[in-house]
Design a protein around this ligand. Structure first.
Ligand SMILES: [Zn+2]
Length: 274
């Protein structure tokens, strides 16, 4: 069966993966092939894409496939269990932005018994990758005064990274995002100086390591949140990630923890006027 990308997917990375289809009858697993057997392929080494790839769910007819519950429109994801690489690095699928959700949940735990001047909303948004949609709806309904957007950021030591992208490093703390910009959507966020200083100040006072970053080729929910209502003071924290938007990414679990600690420290210090 053929399938299409949702959001930014590198078509070269879809070959020879185990995938899970979410059907009305439950999960169905399949594999992607797309190439001839290597013994018969004169084009070995050529990059393939979605047009070359099909999902094989082990059936031999359309009726058999439909009997599994598979329908047009079902969502397909990579089948990739998460695991640790050594002691400090986690690898798995959808680290962008499961790591951000993990940091947010940890921040909620750190704030559980703390009396804060601010009313705190924690929100995991959907469809950031296809036009920051969930953040738009969430910001409209919450009407925040101040927002921190937790996402991942490009870890620059991994691959031949476009110099436009920021250079954050795994295990050196969350990136305080000074600026992010997605030229395709013409959307971005400039973290105002007072927001930047509050985040840096909270990190320094709590001895939390951080990196200062700017991303010229990657937007986040921050852009949409900053434009909601009468405008929202918005900053971003970026957990450095290697291999963003591939089948498997890596993050440092220390960076995830420090992101949570910095979020909680910022919230604790937040007064009614920033
Ligand atoms: Zn992303």
């Amino acid at each position: 069966m053929v399938f299409l990308p949702v959001g930014l997917q590198d078509p070269r990375l879809i070959v020879n993966q185990v995938l899970t289809i979410y059907t009305s009858k439950g999960k169905v697993h399949g594999v992607t092939g797309g190439f001839k057997p290597i013994h018969q392929d004169k084009e070995v080494g050529r990059a393939a894409g979605f047009a070359d790839s099909k999902i094989d769910v082990g059936t031999s007819s359309r009726a058999e496939t439909e009997a599994l519950g598979v329908q047009i429109g079902d969502m397909v994801v990579n089948e990739r269990p998460g695991r640790m690489l050594g002691e400090r690095i986690y690898c798995g699928k959808s680290v962008d932005n499961r790591s951000g959700c993990a940091a947010m949940i940890l921040a909620m735990r750190l704030l559980r018994h703390v009396k804060t001047e601010a009313t705190v909303y924690c929100c995991a948004t959907v469809q950031e990758e296809i036009g920051v949609k969930g953040a738009r709806v969430a910001a409209r309904s919450i009407k925040p005064d101040v927002a921190i957007c937790i996402d991942v950021g490009f870890a620059g030591e991994s691959d031949a990274l476009n110099p436009d992208c920021s250079r954050a490093y795994l295990g050196k703390g969350p990136g305080i995002q000074l600026y992010d910009w997605n030229p395709d959507f013409f959307l971005g966020n400039i973290t105002l100086a007072r927001m930047r200083d509050a985040l840096i100040g909270a990190a320094r006072r709590q001895d939390i390591p951080f990196q200062l970053i700017a991303e010229l080729r990657g937007g986040t929910d921050a852009a949409e949140i900053s434009l909601s209502g009468d405008g929202v003071l918005t900053g971003g924290l970026a957990i450095p990630e290697r291999y963003i938007h591939t089948a498997v990414g890596t993050v440092s679990i220390d960076d995830v923890r420090w992101t949570a600690e910095l979020t909680a420290a910022f919230v604790k210090e937040l007064k009614s006027k920033l």
